[in-house]
Design a protein around this ligand. Structure first.
Ligand SMILES: O=C(O)CCC(=O)C(=O)O
Length: 291
């Protein structure tokens, strides 16, 4: 079984399991009311997809789309959920000054879908650095995930295999069974994939990835959430989307990248950041994205 914790667990327990197993679940991390709101908001997005994104990798009976915040304002609460930030801080901040959302993908696996090819998400970056995770993934169960309806499959311990080395035993996957509102955390190097749906109803999830702040994001968040939209978001969400440079130039760790003349005109850089280096100063960033 994938290490599974209640929402009263400590962050260090969850992170220890994540590091050791490659994945960990926190059940009921978000409340059911929020999940119902997000499920309703995502519905129209799925209906518009009408299986448009079909491909061998994405599946022939899976709806998916990336512009999640346009469809679902409620999803913002999941993207910067306290559990997510707490876990991402532990895994990513040792290697960067601040991290960003790499991608957001709403996924509806319809009845009859086959299992997705198992894969690791961090192969978008052509390097393997032992001991440094480039990204993490968080799969939110928008409805209940069961082995029958296509719960994400995870290969335990598979994060320990460097790409250039050899492959883990991909047959040894486990289903991430979890009630709605739960979050499956998995490392960028962990092999996983959507399960086959043998049930009569769809399985709905939202995967958000978070990458080191000095890497290019998997999905271009400035197009997915341009300033005209991002100005309605909280400063902390904007910072997560990349509306804040990486580092300050004064950090021990991390280069100052992603700068922009407009932002550099603003008052001291330190004011853009909270103690985790994530949050832009509200006034500064609001002015910038609104301009
Ligand atoms: O739907 C899932 O459970 C996993 C999907 C996934 O890993 C992907 O599309 O990259």
């Amino acid at each position: 079984m994938i290490p599974t914790f209640g929402n009263t667990a400590t962050v260090s327990e969850v992170v220890a399991a994540l590091r050791s197993f490659g994945a960990a679940i926190v059940t009921n991390a978000a409340n059911s009311d929020l999940m119902q709101v997000v499920a309703a908001e995502l519905r129209s997005g799925f209906d518009e997809c009408a299986l448009e994104e079909q491909s061998a990798f994405d599946g022939g009976r899976t709806n998916r789309f990336n512009q999640v915040l346009r469809a679902s304002p409620g999803a913002a609460k999941l993207i910067e959920h306290e559990w997510v930030v707490a876990v991402a801080d532990e895994i990513l901040l040792p290697h960067c000054a601040n991290y960003t959302v790499g991608s957001m993908t709403a996924i509806e696996i319809l009845p009859g879908e086959d299992g997705q090819a198992l894969h690791r998400d961090d192969t978008i970056y052509p390097i393997d650095l032992a001991g440094m995770e480039l990204q993490i993934g968080v799969m939110w169960a928008i409805n209940d995930f069961t082995a029958e309806n296509g719960a994400t499959r995870v290969v335990p311990g598979s994060h320990r295999y460097l790409r250039s080395w050899h492959l883990p035993s991909l047959g040894e996957w486990l289903p991430a069974e979890m009630p709605n509102g739960s979050a499956l955390f998995y490392l960028g190097s962990t092999w996983h994939g959507g399960g086959p749906n043998h049930s009569r109803s769809s399985r709905i999830g939202l995967i958000n990835t978070y990458c080191l702040g000095w890497l290019r994001q998997e999905s271009n968040q400035y197009f997915e959430n341009p300033p005209s939209i991002a100005k309605q978001f909280s400063p902390s969400l904007r910072a997560l989307l990349g509306y804040t440079p990486h580092g300050s130039g004064d950090d021990e760790i991390g280069t100052f990248v992603g700068e922009c003349d407009g932002w550099l005109d603003k008052p001291p850089r330190a004011a853009w950041r909270d103690e985790r280096g994530q949050v832009g100063g509200e006034d500064n960033v609001t002015e910038q994205v609104g301009s």
